[in-house]
Design a protein around this ligand. Sequence first.
Ligand code: NAD
Length: 417
Amino acid sequence: MAIDVVNPYEVAVAQFDEAAERLGLSQAMRAILRKPQRELIVNFPVRMDNGDVEMFTGYRVQHNINRGPAKGGIRFSPAVSLDEVRALAMWMTWKCAVVGIPYGGAKGGVICDPHEMSFTELERLTRRYTTEISILLGPNSDIPAPDMNTNPQVMGWIMDTYSMHRGYSIPAVVTGKPLSVGGSEGRLEATARGVQVVAREALRDLRMAPEDCSVIIQGFGNVGSISARLLSRLGCKIVGLSDIKGGVYNPDGIDVFAALRYSKEHGNLVGLPGTEFVSNSELLEQPCDVLVPAALENQLTGRNAARVKARLIVEAANGPTTPEADEIFNERGITVVPDILANAGGVTVSYFEWVQDLQRFFWSEPEINSRLESIMTRSYRAVHDKAEEQQTNLRMGAYLLAVSRVAEATEVRGVYP
Ligand code: NAD
């Protein structure tokens, strides 16, 4: 039986190695880009509501900062590990390069189960974690953002904690904040808006009309639920949805607004009227034209890739496809829009938020959306053209573009001292 690589950092390094080989990068450049530049591990106490003190472990990893300050989300989850954070940091480096925004890659995470914690416990955990990693943070050095289980409120606490230590407000230290403290219009929807744009472009290349397409989305959080709304606005029929509790499927279509209301009311999608329950793994194998993994890593593997029915996979999540599954999709002629391109809308509008904060000058939502649209469309086309030119798939096209940009910046800056 085939063995899947499940360590996300090994996956990330294997993807990089392939691109480096194709680009003919020197051994020295490969050695530099294979490893994260900085890795901080913090163990810290948090006082719980019942008076007990619990210890937590968190990470902040900066993979490469040659193209600009480190940028990347913060994840709260029991599954967080140093290798996961390393992989996500490396993917951030390539993601920023592929859409041409002037950042390096970083990621952070805390091992915790936010669903088992109260609002005030989460606030204390966030503030202490921010303090612990503040030796790295700063508007010119390292700028966090939301990721799994973190949201604008958490970003607001990060901004406040960092600002309290300095004695004045520094909104540009973090993005994805609420509008009232320097957040940007359009940030909440940005990742999903990017997913919509690349899905539209890829469907056009495949000569598939959105109105004729059925879509399954795994994950119904920030990215998944808004992608469902925006893809249905594009004309697609949403036939399957899921969250951590399981999936719901109806080949005749699901009313996304009803699903949003139901999920808000019940805390999950299970039991949504007019749908059949399927497990998360079954959902990925149901008939559809477009599959959007929008939850977590390693969902499409050597074990299920042969049974996936979709013609197009748009990776809204980071690292949802293992290299083994990628190979199977390649052989089967299934197009995969890779994560470093497909979900780059989030970091793009984070960049807009940071620019607005630094200038103290804010743009309107239509302005944000139209700039995002043009960056995502241009980036998709550049990746597509690179893939055609090199006779490879979109993932390798994206890696070839991104890695060569980062390698060029690293080469130009030289080895210090
Ligand atoms: P979120 O916490 O808002 O939502 C995550 C969703 O996944 C929830 O619906 C949750 O129930 C579901 N989920 C969790 N575990 C699951 C499992 N085992 N099986 C099925 N579903 C499960 O997170 P998000 O911000 O929407 O992020 C989702 C993905 O998108 C992550 O991979 C993240 O790294 C990536 N991403 C997010 C952003 C952003 O701006 N938020 C940007 C780029 C990439």
